[in-house]
Design a protein around this ligand. Structure first.
Ligand code: ATP
Ligand code: MG
Length: 434
């Protein structure tokens, strides 16, 4: 007789009727004096193991009865299809070999508060909700690379330590850089523009830092951002890339994460509807009018808050763009409107159901003198931007780009209440541990 094959739970469907061995942790157990039901996980999935008095020797049955939550062991047994089980398969256990004991595991089956769960995040990651969310995160990350690769983009990473603050100086994390002052990057965008002039279409994907002083459901202080930048492209074509991009990412999750979406209670049909293109566009002007007509006390010129975004989202019931924001509330590099000097050629993509902004983007101004003036009037340090101005000095071309917050997108697709659920170890105003 050969050695029993060691497999993973995600592959059990290929081993129905066979005796196999799996390295597992115990989630929960219940049973009577004659039978023990073990809820098992191995990191690739979940299943039930059934230990019956008649099938195992007395010592093994005793062992099964005394297993503690999150103890680790090899379990051996025959795989059965089981339509009553929520995971579709079961193991009729014939042997258990303990590997690691576990005493007083803190996250018990009773309800725990969110703060407690995030204090125990290093353990909480083992549970079903984080499992489903992180699998979706992983699928989205792979889909992002696939999309850009197929679309002819080059991945060009932006630095994380910088000397400039293109999105304003109020949300910066300073770092000491030898004897100089430096900052953790708020966006890789300016560097992506240099990349676009070198490689045509580029994207970066990396950690981004903003000292957000308010705690909301959609702000982290450390998050992952994708900046895409495209040379020889005007804003209208950039919007088309953005909507194809988001629809593709949603589709990938719908196709490959059915089980995870179900675990999270996310309606797959609703998501599928969000892959229909094009996404609606509304101008900032019209959005303000619409809000004012519906009793919002918003003035032209201010940014939308969460209630405004949620209201607008209800009108469209799909991701949508708000285009051409007031110049005064947007970054210095955005392209001037050809016939108005109070708005810029920009667009935010907003997710439906109140999830709010997921993308910020624009066409970039190409004029050296204008941008220099913008840098000065926004009180930025001209010397830090000399390299950026060079991009307009040597063969400037029309170009557009956008920034997507990975965790914002996961929150929307996975249907998470709070953005902290979407990143393995969240960093927020009040959390730096674990
Ligand atoms: P908001 O108005 O919601 O703070 P923003 O206008 O500051 O967003 P941008 O500067 O346009 O955002 O950044 C591009 C994208 O990065 C946003 O659309 C969003 O998806 C993401 N993002 C920005 N700030 C955060 C944050 N603190 N946590 C997570 N994601 C963020
Ligand atoms: Mg912000």
């Amino acid at each position: 007789m050969g050695e029993t094959k060691v497999i993973r739970i995600e592959d059990v469907s290929e081993f129905v009727g066979q005796t196999v061995k799996i390295g597992v942790w115990l989630r929960q157990k219940r049973g009577s004096g004659k039978i023990a039901f073990l809820q098992l996980r191995d990191g690739t999935g979940f299943m039930q193991g059934v230990v019956s008095v008649g099938d195992v020797d007395e010592a093994t049955f005793k062992l099964a009865e005394h297993l503690k939550q999150e103890s680790s062991f090899y379990v051996t047994g025959e795989i059965h299809r089981d339509s009553r089980s929520e995971f579709g398969f079961e193991m009729a256990v014939s042997n258990i070999e303990i590997v690691g004991e576990s005493e007083d595991y803190p996250i018990t089956p009773k309800e725990h508060g969110t703060d407690f769960l995030f204090d125990e995040r290093h353990l909480y990651l083992r549970h079903q909700k984080p499992f489903a969310t992180m699998k979706i995160r992983d699928e989205i990350i792979r889909a992002i690379y696939d999309f850009f690769h197929k679309d002819g983009f080059l991945k060009l990473d932006s630095p994380i330590i910088t000397d400039s603050a293109p999105e304003g100086t109020t949300e910066l994390f300073p770092v000491k850089y030898f004897d100089k002052d430096a900052y953790l990057s708020q966006t890789g965008q300016l560097y992506a523009e240099a990349g676009a002039m070198a490689f045509g279409k580029v994207y970066d994907f990396g950690p981004t830092f903003r000292a957000e002083k308010s705690s909301t459901r959609r702000h982290l202080t450390e998050f992952w951002m994708i900046d895409a930048e495209m040379a020889w492209m005007h804003q209208e074509d950039s919007l088309k890339v953005q909507e194809r991009f988001i629809a593709y990412l949603i589709e990938r999750v719908v196709d490959n994460c059915q089980v995870e979406l179900k675990m999270l209670g996310r309606d797959v049909e609703k998501l599928r509807a969000y892959t229909k293109l094009p996404y609606p566009r509304i101008s900032y002007d019209d959005a303000v009018k619409l809000l004012q007509d519906n009793d919002f006390k918003i003035e032209w010129g201010v940014d939308f808050g969460s209630p405004e975004e949620t209201f607008l989202a209800k009108r469209f019931n799909s991701p949508f763009f708000v285009v051409n924001f007031p110049k005064a509330i947007k970054a210095f590099y955005m392209k001037r409107h050809p016939s108005r000097d109070d708005v810029v050629i920009s667009a935010d993509m907003l997710a439906p159901e109140g999830y709010g902004e997921i993308i910020g983007g624009s066409e970039r101004d190409t004029d050296y003198d204008y941008l220099k003036q913008q840098i000065i009037s926004q009180h930025l340090d001209l010397s830090e931007y000399s390299w950026y101005l060079d991009l307009r000095k040597y063969g400037t071309v029309p170009h557009s780009g956008f920034g997507l917050g990975l965790e914002r997108l996961i929150r929307f697709i996975a249907g998470e209440d709070h953005i902290r659920e979407t990143i393995p170890f969240p960093r927020t105003l009040n959390r730096l541990h674990p």
